[in-house]
Design a protein around this ligand. Structure first.
Ligand SMILES: Nc1ncnc2c1ncn2[C@@H]1O[C@H](COP(=O)(O)OP(=O)(O)OP(=O)(O)O)[C@@H](O)[C@H]1O
Ligand SMILES: [Mg+2]
Length: 251
């Protein structure tokens, strides 16, 4: 099941600092949108506003037609439709992979133990960790821990998945396995909003790339346009830095 996300006129300030300055963004059901942009441009704040971890200062967020920013909406129910994966995995160290993937199902969704474990095992299998069900986080690599975190989100049955730099805390050799899981999710039709520095992933998997800078969307379009042939100077200079950091450093 997948659904759409529509952000309209989104503003977010922290005190005097205006971080999001009017974002309009629509993600179609099953679409994969990658958000790129320099540090501090508001990418994480945007994702956090989409599932109301941050309260927008103004503007609306709709998920599958439900307005999350409507004060009368059941925010816990609405938020359950959205899965989120962060750079840090935040697994419980005292729980096994299966324990980490079942706890919220039991506490939040009130599933019984058998059902939660069946769904948990299915999702650990889905991320390639069928053989790590009984392992504790300390016994898993960073990439495996991140895949447990993805399975944990998927086990809640989200209609939309948000990823905030899911691979940037990982050693380079572990990045590929996590991206492969995300690629598969995209193929399966999940609606995905992904903040990433992995330009090759964005180029290959994204239906659309959104370049943000200074709290606004500077340009967006298919990767063949935004990454390969950007129209804005700000996008070009960002990509030059990201795609060829060594060269820029020499200049
Ligand atoms: N809770 C907060 N309180 C105050 N300022 C905040 C808060 N969260 C974010 N900011 C500020 O908002 C701006 C945008 O931050 P955000 O984390 O959204 O950027 P980002 O694009 O995700 O950057 P990065 O690529 O480094 O993750 C920054 O100037 C940051 O300091
Ligand atoms: Mg961020």
């Amino acid at each position: 099941m997948s659904t759409d996300v529509e952000v309209t006129g989104l503003h977010k300030s922290f005190g005097d600092l205006e971080v999001l300055k009017g974002i309009d963004l629509k993600v179609e059901p099953g679409e994969v949108v990658c958000i790129i942009g320099p540090s501090g441009s508001g990418k994480s704040t945007l994702l956090r506003c989409v599932n109301l971890l941050e309260e927008p200062s103004s503007g609306t967020v709709r998920v599958g037609g439900t307005e999350l920013t409507d004060p009368d909406v059941d925010i816990d129910a609405a938020r359950r439709r959205i899965g989120m994966v962060f750079q840090s995995f935040n697994l419980f160290p005292h729980l096994t992979a299966l324990g980490n993937v079942t706890i919220a199902q039991r506490k939040v969704l009130k599933r019984d133990k058998d059902e939660a474990e069946r769904i948990g095992r299915d999702n650990l299998k889905r991320v390639g960790l069928a053989d790590k069900v009984d392992s504790y986080p300390a016994q898993l690599s960073g990439g495996q821990q991140q895949r447990v975190a993805i399975a944990r989100a998927l086990a809640m049955g989200p209609e939309v998945m948000l990823f905030d730099e899911p691979t940037s805390a990982l050693d380079p050799e572990l990045v590929g396995d996590v991206l492969a899981v995300m690629r598969k999710l995209a193929v399966d039709g999940m609606t995905m909003l992904v903040v990433t520095h992995e330009m090759s992933f964005a180029r290959e998997v994204a239906d659309r790339v959104v370049f943000m800078d200074g709290g606004v969307v500077v340009e967006q379009g298919p990767p063949s346009q935004v990454i390969a042939n950007p129209s804005q100077e700000r996008t070009r200079s960002f990509l030059a830095r990201v795609l060829n950091p060594a060269k820029v450093g020499e200049e």
